[in-house]
Design a protein around this ligand. Structure first.
Ligand code: SAM
Length: 220
């Protein structure tokens, strides 16, 4: 079993509770407003062709479709894709590797990925491949944080942690450096204060601590 197989199995097992957390009625409206603002600010105006990698239960893809973009979401976890398909009928979801997305060059205007960089086995190769998928002037926009600076957690096997270069990043600049080293221009890191405030108000996902999340953007 490869590290990626283990990652896929983990997320399929977690998919129902992950989707349920994202659909909490109490914070749904505030989440939608806050994330719509984040993604509207991250990308040029709709309609664009957008690929959401590691789409999970599809919340980012759903927000982007709500902004008027034509959205495709890919993930390697069948359980996550099942959750996404059952929630967001206006997005095309398919099985696909974020590191090697199965699309021809110049297929998209933007590639997005939230909470995905940290769990990629080769984030540098992934960003290089995303750049090939983009048309001239296209945008890469990812959101992530320094989730596990204290070291491996029990939800992944130790061999998985060893395979993930950014999982134990101590600074978001390590993630931004991957985008820069792949050749993206204008790489910009923006702390998401509205999301921090939402997490303060409603609480964070089980097993997480209150942490600043960052939007990182760059252009081809
Ligand atoms: C923390 S979840 C984030 C889900 C979603 N982007 C969100 O913001 O809620 C990480 C997701 O990345 C997916 N993933 C991990 N490695 C992947 C890969 N190489 N290709 C595609 N998806 C991957 C997992 O299956 C999981 O759905």
């Amino acid at each position: 079993m490869t590290a990626q197989d283990r990652i896929n199995d983990y997320w399929t097992g977690r998919a129902p509770s992950y989707a349920e957390y994202q659909r909490q009625p109490a914070r749904l409206a505030d989440d939608l407003a806050a994330w719509s603002q984040v993604w509207a600010g991250a990308l040029p105006p709709a309609p664009l062709d957008v690929l959401d990698v590691g789409t999970g239960s599809g919340q980012v893809a759903g927000v982007l479709a709500g902004l008027g973009h034509r959205v495709t979401g890919i993930d390697l976890s069948p359980g996550m894709l099942e959750q996404a398909r059952s929630t967001y009928g206006n997005v095309g979801f398919r099985l696909g590797d974020a590191v090697e997305p199965p699309f021809p060059p110049s297929s998209f205007d933007a590639v997005t990925g939230r909470y995905v960089m940290w769990t990629l086995r080769d984030p540098g190769a992934a960003v290089a491949n995303w750049m090939r998928l983009l048309r001239p002037g296209g945008t890469v926009a990812v959101v992530d944080s320094t989730w596990f600076p204290d070291g491996p957690q029990s939800f992944y096997d130790p061999s998985v942690w060893e395979a993930l270069p950014l999982a134990q990043a101590e600074s978001i600049n390590q993630t931004a450096a991957v985008l820069e080293q792949a050749g993206l221009a204008d790489v910009t890191v923006t702390p998401l204060t509205t999301i921090y405030e939402l997490d303060e108000k409603y609480g964070v996902a089980p097993g997480h601590e209150l942490q600043t999340q960052y939007l990182i953007t760059g252009h081809v």
